[in-house]
Design a protein around this ligand. Structure first.
Ligand code: BEZ
Ligand code: FE
Length: 296
């Protein structure tokens, strides 16, 4: 075939990609071609605009390194990460809702004893965190692995190197006790801008958007037989709750800080001084018994 124009090029490309041997590759390739051609037909880019788009993607690739993944940031800022998350977590109603992982997760963090102060010298207001992990039927999960991480009081993660810290801080791993409970002390995190000194930042500026995320504490909670939960708890009252740059906020994940006086908490833990307290009870979904068989 030859002599392609606006009227026949889409069907010609669809015909060509229809020969892929895997049905999934055929499906994805056809959808990509249809949506991409429709996009170009809708916006009718000039040659200069198309060159700028290619240049934008090239800069996005060049920005990627061992410590920076600009393509994931692009996916986050365009709401695609949350869409993929939603499609992959159609969980039963009572399970704690999920949200994006983000770039500041560190895999191999040391396990801490319950009650430890994990602030590691970060600046900020003292915070007590108390939680439980249970199954949908309410059974407490003992031995669940709870990873958490958050910024300092100025909105910087330890790994960003701007918090003036030489070691991991504001992050730790805990293991729940028999009642499914865990607790630790740290500091109250703050809102912060996602890394905006690259093409994603340029895109946000061009779209008239701010780069901020509302203050939150990240959690990743795992236990055999349960779906690993990746989520955050957002602090109520934050000014960016309704305009999170990565569209990650859900009502069920927002909690107001309580005030805990010195002494024993209602959950039986002891603090020596008064501090803010964040409390959340997490519910993990069971891994589905029978997963559909992969074909193609
Ligand atoms: C975060 O919450 O750490 C985050 C999530 C998505 C993009 C940037 C940061
Ligand atoms: Fe974060």
């Amino acid at each position: 075939m030859r002599n392609f124009d606006e009227t026949n090029i889409t069907s010609a490309v669809l015909e060509r990609v229809g020969h892929a041997s895997s049905p999934r590759t055929r499906q994805i390739s056809a959808a990509l071609v249809r949506h991409l051609h429709d996009f170009v037909r809708e916006i009718e880019p000039t040659q200069a605009e198309w060159a700028a788009a290619i240049e934008f993607l090239t800069r996005t690739g060049h920005m990627c390194s061992q410590t920076r993944q600009e393509f994931i940031l692009l996916s986050d800022a365009l709401g695609v990460s949350m869409l993929v998350d939603a499609i992959n977590h159609r969980l039963p109603g009572k399970a704690t809702e999920t949200t994006v992982l983000g770039p500041f997760y560190v895999e191999a963090v040391p396990e801490h004893a319950l009650g430890d102060d994990i602030s590691g010298g970060m600046a900020g207001e003292p915070l007590l965190v108390e939680g439980t992990v249970s199954r949908i039927d309410g059974t407490p999960i003992a031995g669940a692995v709870v990873d958490c991480w958050h910024t300092d009081g100025n909105g910087f993660y330890d790994v960003q190197g701007r918090a003036g810290l030489e070691r991991l801080a504001g992050r730790a791993r805990f293991r729940t006790e028999a009642r499914g409970n865990f607790w630790f002390r740290s500091i109250v995190p703050a809102s912060y801008p996602i890394p905006d000194d690259g093409p994603v930042g340029d895109m946000l500026k061009a779209q008239g958007r701010h780069p901020f995320r509302p203050a939150h504490v990240h959690f990743m909670i795992g236990h055999p037989g349960c779906e690993t939960l990746v989520t955050h708890i957002f602090l109520a009252g934050n000014q960016y709750l309704d305009s999170d740059v990565v569209f990650g906020v859900k009502d069920s994940l927002i909690r107001a800080l309580d005030r805990q006086e010195a002494g024993t908490t209602a959950r039986g833990n002891r603090v020596d001084t008064a501090m803010a307290a964040l409390r959340y009870d997490f519910v993990l979904a069971d891994v589905p018994d029978a997963r559909p068989q992969q074909t193609g």
